[in-house]
Design a protein around this ligand. Structure first.
Ligand SMILES: [Zn+2]
Length: 96
C-alpha cells in the first residue's frame, strides 16, 4: 500500500498483498454497511462486493483513494459490480 503526499492511500493490485488488502477493506466497508450495497441499498454478498470510490478515481486513477476512513469519518463504500459500473465517475456522497 502506497501513501501519497496528499494522504491518499493506494493498494497495488498487481501484487497479492495489495489485492488482499483491497479485498479486506471492501469487506470491512460491507460490514460497516450492514451487508447492504452503498449505492442501491440491497443485499450484497461478500463475493459480489466491489470497492466503490466515492469521489471517483479521476483520469487514469489520478484521484484514486483507497482509504475507507478519512478525517475519522467513513469514506468510500462496497457496492455490486453492476451498481459501481452504472455509477461510473459520478460523485455520490452516501456516507453523509
Ligand atoms: Zn447495488
Amino acid at each position: 500500500m502506497k501513501v501519497m503526499q496528499d494522504g491518499r492511500e493506494i493498494c497495488n493490485q498487481y501484487t497479492s498483498t495489495g489485492r488482499k488488502e483491497y479485498t479486506k477493506r471492501t469487506i470491512a466497508m460491507l460490514v460497516r454497511q450492514r451487508g447492504l450495497c452503498c449505492l442501491c441499498g440491497l443485499y450484497l454478498s461478500p463475493d459480489e462486493a466491489t470497492f466503490e470510490h466515492q469521489d471517483g478515481r479521476g483520469m487514469n486513477g489520478s484521484h484514486r483513494d483507497d482509504r475507507i476512513e478519512k478525517d475519522g469519518k467513513p469514506y468510500n463504500g462496497a457496492a455490486h459490480g453492476r451498481c459501481n459500473v452504472e455509477k461510473g465517475s459520478k460523485r455520490i456522497n452516501y456516507n453523509s
